[in-house]
Structures are given as structure tokens and as C-alpha cells.
Design a protein around this ligand. Sequence first.
Ligand code: ARG
Length: 461
Amino acid sequence: MSKNEPKRKLWGGRFSEATHVAVEIFNSSVGFDQRLYRYDILGSQAHAQMLAKVGVLTEDECSSICQGLDQILLDIEAGEFEWSIALEDVHMNIEAKLTEKIGIAGKKLHTGRSRNDQVATDIRLYLRDEIDNLMMQLDRLKNGLLDLAEKEADTIMPGFTHLQVAQPVTFGHHLLAWYEMLKRDGLRMRDCRQRVNRMPLGAAALAGTTYPIDRAYTASLLGFDGLCENSLDAVSDRDFAIEFCSSAAIIMMHLSRFSEELIIWSSAQFNFIELPDRFCTGSSIMPQKKNPDIPELVRGKTGRVNGDLIALLTIMKGQPLAYNKDNQEDKEPLFDAVDTVKMSVSIFADMVPVIMANKKNMKKAALQGFSTATDLADYLVRKGLAFRDAHEVVGQAVRYGVEQNKDLSELSLAELQKFSADIEQDVITVLSLEGSVAARDHIGGTAPSQVRAAIARERAL
Ligand code: ARG
């Protein structure tokens, strides 16, 4: 980027002295908003075509503008465009270059438009694309979860509440819980996209414009689903970016919980899963270490996205209508949230299908902690006891098990019968892990058959 050589300001007419050097740097956004260049060019081309359609520009002027902008796009992508801080932002850099290239027609591009509706349009076009990219990564991750859940439909592990062993579940079922969270995240993003995909152009600075513009035509060229219907709101609204960040923060919160479990489970103490070496790193001092850095980083990056959301909310709070320069501060948090959530989802999509389950350890852990105690209580209820009485009986059996250092499934029939005469031979299957999970055989239950049915339902969608 060229530094601060005095450039004539596109708005310089009423000014009698040059901008203070520090102000020039402080005021400029081109260092970060240049990432919008493609959308700025698309928006300008559509605007020029609309101006030609309504007779404000000639066809010749329009085609020279569009070709000049095509050339600028190529220059930027070839790394041959020199961005200037003195030209403030992406919009004025491109417009000044256009005029340099094509002359007077370039100066007509900004007719009936302001940077206020221009920047709002650019961000919406950018965010629409990024939502689509993110949704693709989310789908990849969701499909990976379905595949892994299918592979692990019969794998038994302890289910936890309060991080204490509660009841046996299938690993496939647990994976489908993560799937459900991501499914809601996808729906939230899709919903957010509808409000992103509205066009501000035509609002101009704040009040609309005196030219006979055809907003619907510009919107159709840019693939917008509709218009922002009030010009003041069009230039000042950043709800769409806040909504995106809030949905992104929920995705990160989900990935963070997911990460937390992966981290705990890959510890030597749990040893439920193993992550392939290519998703882990070592320690520079402890040769034996294999650390789950990816989930740890994702858990850490959740804080950034929460911060981005809070930054946007705070930037907007207290702004009077309509556009204020505060809004220039919307871009860095938004870009950061987009980059972070996209990268996190994408790396999870790569990693999840290759999570390896240590089935033996999962099962061993499920056999500890009396995970089938509720099954025994339910069994006694089926034999005629009231649930509270059954709960009491099983509590005594558990106390006995603790003393004997044996799980319920390790007690003999004779031992069990000491606690209730209703206990018979058929209790053996009930107390087995396989029997326990298979018995939870309804929609949403942990039975392997239900896991397979849920996977089939999701794949059919
Ligand atoms: N760089 C500005 C932004 O990002 C563009 C709009 C500036 N508008 C203005 N009236 N100064 O918000």
C-alpha cells in the first residue's frame, strides 16, 4: 500500500487544507475493507447498468465503466493494484482508479449513490457468499458425524450427568446429539441469510435519490431477494451482521463443548478416543506428549467470536439514525467471526470422520458406576413395585455392590434376590449394558436400532 502521498480527495471541494497525517491513517479503512473489492465491483457494475437502463448513463458510458471495473478486478487479483490510505477505503480507491483508467465516465459512476448504501451493499454481498461457504462446511461436518455415528451405532459408553456415570449410551447416539446441535445451527444461518440478502442500494446517503432509479432491477442483477424498504434504515442497519455473529457464536459454543469432550476423552484417564497424529501436536520438552491442540484451539477461539458479537452490539448501541462513521468499525469483528467460524467448522469436518473409538475402554467405563441401576428399578416396576420403592431396593443393592466392589451386573442372582424376591433369572439381560441400551427403543432413545433409524431419517432429508 502506498503511504500518505497527497492525493486529491474525492470529497475535497469544500476543504481548504490537507487532512492531518494522523487523521488520514486513523480515518482510513482500506487496510481491512479491501477484502470487499469483488463485491464493491459487482455492486458498481449493477448500479451502472441500472443507471443506463433508466437513461442516466449512456450505453457507452456504462460499458466503459463495466469494462474498466473488470480490468481493475484483474489488476487486484494479479496483485498489481496499489491501494492508497489517502483514498480512505476500498470504494474510493476503486473509483479513483476507474476514473484514471476511463476518464469522465468514471466520474459518473457515483450518480445516485453514496458510500453509505454502497458499503452496506458490499458487506451484505460478502456475507451472503460467506454464509453459503460456511453452510457447505457445516454440511460436510454433519455428514461426517452421521457416518461416524453409523460406524459406532453399537458401541457402548457411559452416558454422563454432572460428569458422573449415569446410564449406558451408544457412542453413535452421543454423536447424533452433536449432529442435532449443528442441524439447528444450519437452520439459524439459513434464516439469517434471508435478512442479509436485502439490497440497501438506492438509499444513497440516507434519504434516497432524485434520479429515476430502478432498485428492483439492480437487486435482480445482484441476486438480492428484496429491498431494504426504508432508506434511513438501509444505510444504518447492521442487524444482519449481528445476527450472523450471534449464530456464529452459538456454533462456536457448540464446537467448544464438543472440543471439551474430545479433550477429556483423549486423556489417559478416560482414554475413550484417539485422534490421528495429523490432528495433534507434541511438546517441545516432554517427548511422550500428544496434545489435542485442534479442539483446544477451537475452544479458545470461541472467545474471539463472542468478543466479535459484543463488539458489534456495542458499536451499534447508541447510534442515532442514519449512517455514522462508527459503522466502519463493523468490518473487522465481522471478518474475524467469519474467518474463525469457517476455519473451525472446516477443520472439525476434516477431523471428525477419523476419530477412533477405544471400544474396550468405553465399555469398561460403562461397567463402572452402576450405570444400569435405573434399569433394575424399571425392572422391579414391571414386576409390580411402585417406582419409589423400586428406587429404594436398588439403592440398597448399589450400597452392597459398593461394599463388595462389584457392579450390579457382577452380582449373582442369589445376591440380587436378597434385595427383592421379585428378581428372577431374566434380570441378567436387563443388567447387561447391551440390554440396557437396546431397551431404550423409541424415537430419540439410545438403542442401536434407533440410532440407525435417526441416521436414515437425516440422510433422507
Ligand atoms: N469506509 C466507510 C465505512 O466502512 C464507507 C462509508 C463512508 N461514508 C461516509 N459518509 N463517510 O463505513
